[in-house]
Design a protein around this ligand. Structure first.
Ligand SMILES: [Zn+2]
Length: 366
C-alpha cells in the first residue's frame, strides 16, 4: 500500500494535451480568464509528464504528504498522485494517476525543449509534479463514469492526512483513509485493465508479424517449387486469427473500412498505430486516436512511413515510391483523411517521422 498519496483537483479536459479546442473547464475562477497550466498534464514529453495543480500561494507542503519529510526539502519522490476533476455536468471524479511521481514544494518551469512543444498555449510553462511516462495513467473521457466518483474535500490540493488545523481529527482521519484506499483500489483495477489491453494489442502485432513471416515462407516455397519443378512443399497459411482487441474494435467502430481505400472486409483490416508502438506510452498504446484502420497494403505504407498526412489530412507520398508503385498500391494522390482534435497530435508525430526518413531516402528512378 502506497503511503504517500496526494489528491490534486484540476480543470476538466478530454486529453490534457494542450489542444486549442480542449481547454480546462470547471477548474475554478482561475480558468475562466486564463488557461490552466494543467492543460498539458497528460502530454508525453519524450517519456516525461509535467503536471500542474494550482495550490495555495503556489506551494505544496511536502511534510503533509509524508510527515518524515525534511522541512527544507524541495521535492518528494515516490508519491501516488490522484488527479480529480469535475466534468461540465456531474460530480467530481478521478481522471487519472501519476505513480512514483516527484512533487515539488514550489512551482518549476518546464525545460526549453518542452516549452517548444507547447505551441498552442506558450505561457503554460509551470509544473509542480513530474512522472515518467510508464507511470502515468489517464482514463479516457468516455470511461470516466460513476465508478470514479470521489468525494474529496473541495480543495485543489488535498493531503488526506486526517488533520484539522494541524491536529489529527479521528473522524477526518477515517474518512481520509477510506478515500485513499478507494483511490488506490481503483488505480489497481485500472492499471490491470490497461495492461491487459496492451498485451491484447501486442498479441495482434505478433500475429501480424507471424502472418507476414508465413507469407514470406509461402512465397519462398513457391519460388523453390518453380525452380525445381519437383514436388513442392505446400506450406499452408495459418488460419487467420481474428484480433479481438479493444483497440481494433474501437477503430472498426470508428472507421468501419480502410481509411484510404475503403475496403470493408474485417478479416483484412488492421489497426495501425500512428505513433510507433515502441515510442508510445501506456495511454498512447491504447488510445484510439493513435490508430487508423487500414488494409494490409496501406498499413504497410503507413507503418514504413512511406505515406503520411499533412495538417489538413491530405496524403503525403514518399519520393521513393514510383508512379507504378502508387498505381499498384492503390494510392490516390489527393486523398484526404479526417483529422480530429484527438488524432491531430498522433498524425503530427507520424508526419515528423515521415519527413525525417524522407530526407534520407533516394527518389524513385521511374
Ligand atoms: Zn486500403
Amino acid at each position: 500500500m502506497c503511503s504517500r498519496v496526494l489528491f490534486c483537483n484540476i480543470g476538466w479536459t478530454k486529453y490534457y494535451r494542450g489542444q486549442i479546442d480542449d481547454i480546462p473547464k470547471n477548474g475554478g475562477g482561475y480558468n475562466e480568464n486564463n488557461i490552466g497550466h494543467e492543460c498539458y498534464n497528460f502530454f508525453n514529453n519524450n517519456g516525461v509528464y509535467f503536471g500542474y495543480v494550482q495550490s495555495k500561494e503556489n506551494r505544496i507542503t511536502l511534510s503533509k504528504i509524508d510527515a518524515n519529510t525534511d522541512i527544507n526539502a524541495d521535492s518528494l519522490d515516490d508519491v501516488l498522485v490522484v488527479w480529480t476533476a469535475t466534468p461540465p455536468s456531474g460530480k467530481k471524479r478521478i481522471i487519472g494517476w501519476y505513480e512514483h511521481a516527484t512533487v515539488y514544494s514550489t512551482l518549476q518551469i518546464v525545460p526549453d525543449d518542452v516549452k517548444q512543444n507547447r505551441t498552442n498555449f506558450n505561457n503554460c510553462v509551470e509544473y509542480n509534479i513530474k512522472a515518467e511516462s510508464s507511470n502515468v495513467y489517464l482514463i479516457p473521457e468516455n470511461e470516466r463514469g460513476e465508478d470514479y466518483y470521489l468525494e474529496t474535500p473541495g480543495r485543489n490540493v488535498w493531503f488526506a492526512d486526517g488533520k484539522d488545523n494541524g491536529k489529527v481529527n479521528k473522524e477526518k482521519r477515517e474518512k481520509a483513509e477510506k478515500l485513499k484506499a478507494k483511490a488506490i483500489e481503483l488505480f489497481d483495477i485500472y492499471k490491470s485493465k490497461i495492461n491487459n489491453q496492451i498485451s491484447e494489442i501486442e498479441n495482434e502485432i505478433a500475429t501480424k508479424t507471424e502472418q507476414t513471416q508465413k507469407q514470406k515462407e509461402l512465397i519462398n516455397a513457391q519460388i523453390k517449387a518453380l525452380e525445381n519443378l519437383e514436388g513442392s512443399d505446400v506450406i499452408g497459411l495459418g488460419k487467420q486469427r481474428k484480433g479481438q482487441g479493444l483497440f481494433r474494435n474501437q477503430l472498426i467502430e470508428k472507421y468501419g473500412k480502410c481509411c484510404l481505400c475503403g475496403i470493408t472486409n474485417k478479416q483484412l483490416l488492421i489497426a495501425s498505430h500512428l505513433k510507433s508502438w515502441a515510442d508510445s506510452d501506456k495511454n498512447e498504446k491504447v488510445d484510439e486516436n493513435n490508430g487508423l484502420l487500414l488494409c494490409p497494403n496501406h498499413d504497410k505504407l503507413v507503418d514504413k512511413y512511406m505515406i503520411s498526412f499533412d495538417e489538413d489530412g491530405k496524403i503525403l507520398i514518399s519520393k521513393a515510391l514510383s508512379t507504378n508503385d502508387l498505381i499498384l498500391m492503390n494510392i490516390v494522390v489527393d486523398k484526404k483523411i479526417k483529422i480530429t482534435a484527438g488524432n491531430e497530435y498522433f498524425i503530427r508525430w507520424h508526419r515528423n517521422k515521415f519527413y525525417e526518413l524522407e530526407e534520407q531516402r533516394k527518389p524513385s528512378k521511374d
